[in-house]
Design a protein around this ligand. Structure first.
Ligand SMILES: Nc1ncnc2c1ncn2[C@@H]1O[C@H](COP(=O)(O)OP(=O)(O)O)[C@@H](O)[C@H]1O
Ligand SMILES: [Mg+2]
Length: 259
């Protein structure tokens, strides 16, 4: 299958007072069209930096980041980005928040309404379309932020610990919602999480990163069929894969010293 996102020998360094800090050290990764990939790794290993490069918010120091085989030069409507901290306009209803991006894109009112309606339905917020953000729970606000990204209909979803601040139950509900939507709309998803269970439950492949310098430690295939179910989550097969990922994240050998 064709590659949707490609990181080709990507290096990212930041100048420090006395030295150069290497945030990403020769990272290469191909994400196939319509693939769901999760990225896990210790804090500071460069997960957000990698995702920001695909989003076009940060450029590589060396190497290339390609989307649809073309170098990324900046953000674009083909890529929706969802961060942990949902930023909703507090004076706008759920519907108006979701329509906001479409308004910016100069989509006509009727089409805007139709697309917003559909996105709101997809994330299960139909009964709250006219509510203001302050009346919503954290999980519902995050659903709203997700609906806003969906409404623009991006081919790629870049999600940086989007469920990190939510309670366990809401998290599981949103995971199922996301997988359900993904199975209907077939987007390419790059999803960062620090939750190993979440990483395995969602992905076809889990990319495990290591820190100092930030690099890919290993990639674990999740050979479980979709749709994923709660029974699967409790199966020995799931447990074995989770243990494999857990081990790769928490028992990382030290980096080989640079020559
Ligand atoms: N603008 C910056 N200037 C200097 N260092 C940075 C900058 N952005 C990120 N870093 C450093 O790069 C490393 C990777 O950061 P990040 O991608 O946010 O990691 P993660 O998301 O895996 O926790 C961290 O050590 C961080 O401090
Ligand atoms: Mg991060």
């Amino acid at each position: 299958m064709k590659n949707k996102i490609s990181f080709k020998d990507v290096v990212k360094t930041y100048p420090m007072k006395d030295a150069t800090f290497t945030a990403l050290d020769h990272v290469s990764l191909d994400i196939a069209d319509q693939e769901f990939v999760t990225v896990v790794g210790p804090s500071g290993c460069g997960k957000s930096t990698l995702l920001s490069m695909a989003a076009g918010l940060v450029g590589p120091t060396a190497g290339e980041v390609l989307v649809d085989d073309a170098p990324v030069t900046g953000p674009g409507p083909d890529r929706g980005v969802i961060f942990q901290q949902y930023a909703l306009f507090p004076w706008l209803t759920v519907r108006k928040n979701v329509e906001f991006g479409l308004r910016l894109a100069a989509i006509p009112a009727e089409e805007r309404r139709r697309r917003a309606e559909r996105a709101i339905e997809l994330v299960g917020l139909a009964d709250f379309a006219d509510a203001l953000p302050r009346t919503l729970s954290g999980g519902m606000k995050q659903r709203c932020a997700i609906a806003r990204a969906y409404a623009v209909n991006p081919q790629v979803l870049l999600m940086d610990e989007p469920f990190g601040a939510l309670d366990a139950l809401t998290r599981v509900q949103l995971q199922d919602q996301l997988l359900h939507t993904w199975s209907q709309e077939r987007r390419t998803v790059m999803f960062i999480t620090h939750d190993v269970d979440e990483a395995v439950y969602l992905a076809r492949r889990v990319v495990v990163m290591a820190a100092r310098p930030g690099r890919i430690q290993t990639i674990v295939d999740v050979d479980l069929p979709y749709p994923r179910t709660e029974e699967m989550r409790l199966s020995p097969e799931f447990g074995a894969i989770r243990n494999d990922v857990w081990h790769s994240v928490y028992h990382q050998p030290p980096a080989t010293p640079a020559a």
